[in-house]
Design a protein around this ligand. Structure first.
Ligand SMILES: NC(=O)c1ccc[n+]([C@@H]2O[C@H](COP(=O)([O-])OP(=O)(O)OC[C@H]3O[C@@H](n4cnc5c(N)ncnc54)[C@H](O)[C@@H]3O)[C@@H](O)[C@H]2O)c1
Length: 328
């Protein structure tokens, strides 16, 4: 049995990681300051002896008694709406938080993994994005707080690997979706599903010709797990290469939800990437991994989750508004 620290454990991906490691028979120490996460995502694990929760902000010194085999640093605001609201915390959790946790990993001789992102490629000039592409990021734009925090996170992780010989892994996660996403996190899937459930028209930013590739959470977790268990220390893209325009996607959602809503168009947020598609050759070759869940099946399961939310939860959802994003 391994002992694993997972930060960001009360969030969307973090909570699914907790489930996976518990299911594998390990002991999980979950850490989160609940800034964007919710205890309801992990409350089913509370009765288990192999599960402990620490309410802690990882930008402060992190102390965990006893041995640790793996540290997975997944804490970070993760959606444009979140990092617009809390830009300084976003930079701090990527920089100070990562530094604190690397120190802990060094002390415990634990394997260390960070959740990096396709955002490190910025608005990419290379398509699809391979791990060798360095990216096209606006350092001072509104998204810069997230993109640069994640780029710094990769740099400091590699520095600990090279300088201290720390055993490290870097997963570059592309858009992931599934149950436990937050309705109001501003990402396109919960936004469309929330609008469909409230009987509102679906908002597309720009003309909808921008593309995204969505990976179902079970596939993403499998890729992360395999990377952690591998001996590969350079970044690996984990995402679904099946690309779709936002306009076509909105139409799929209207069909799936059985609603007769229209699509309405609003101005594109600043620095919104026009194309996103992972090149997963490395993941296939090194990890023998590729996504298995098709968009139709994944979206159906996700919609079932959102349908299960109370009317109160549906109604308190804020509308996506990127106006502040576009200010200089
Ligand atoms: N969901 C995606 O599509 C996606 C894509 C690329 C990368 N990622 C990365 O995966 C990780 C998880 O993303 P998610 O979608 O689950 O987001 P999420 O917002 O659901 O989860 C993030 C969690 O981190 C916690 N957190 C934030 N700052 C913290 C701090 N200072 N101390 C302790 N806890 C803190 C939040 O409370 C939340 O529970 C993030 O690092 C994100 O950057 C996610």
């Amino acid at each position: 049995m391994k002992r694993i620290l997972i930060t960001g454990a009360a969030g969307f991906i973090g909570s699914h990681l907790c489930d996976r490691f518990i299911a594998e028979g390990h002991e999980v120490i979950a850490m989160d300051n609940l800034i964007t996460g919710d205890l309801k995502n992990i409350k089913h694990l509370f009765p288990l002896e192999r599960f402990t929760f620490y309410n802690h902000d990882v930008t402060n010194f992190v102390y965990v008694p006893g041995k640790l085999d793996y540290i997975l640093h997944f804490a970070s605001p993760a959606s444009p709406i979140d990092y617009l609201k809390i830009p300084i915390q976003t930079l701090k959790v990527g920089a100070l938080g990562t530094h604190n946790l690397l120190g802990l990993a060094k002390e415990k001789k634990a394997r260390f993994m960070i959740a990096s992102t396709s955002e490190i490629y910025g608005d990419p000039l290379v398509h699809p994005q391979t791990e060798e592409y360095y990216g096209n990021v606006n350092t001072i734009g509104p998204r810069g707080v997230y993109d640069e925090a994640k780029r710094f996170q990769e740099s400091i992780t590699m520095a600990y690997h090279r300088f201290h010989g720390l055993d490290t892994r870097i997963v570059r996660i592309f858009n992931t979706y599934g149950p436990r996403m937050r309705l109001n996190d501003g990402r396109v899937i919960p936004a469309f599903m929330g609008q469909a459930l409230r009987g509102e028209d679906l908002t597309v930013f720009g003309d909808g010709s921008q593309t995204r590739s969505f990976c179902y959470v079970d596939d993403e977790i499998e890729g992360i797990y395999r990377l952690l268990m591998s001996d590969y220390t350079h970044p690996v893209n984990i995402g679904n290469p099946n690309e779709i325009t936002i306009k076509d996607f909105a139409e799929e959602i209207i069909k799936l939800t059985g609603t007769d809503q229209k699509i309405i168009y609003k101005p594109l947020p600043k620095d919104d990437p026009m194309q996103r598609q992972p090149d997963i050759t490395k993941a296939k070759e090194i990890l023998g991994w590729e996504p298995k869940v098709g968009r139709e099946e994944g979206m159906r399961k996700t919609f079932e989750f959102f349908k299960g939310l109370s009317t109160e939860e549906l109604e308190k959802t804020e509308h996506r508004d990127f106006t502040a994003h576009n200010k200089k």
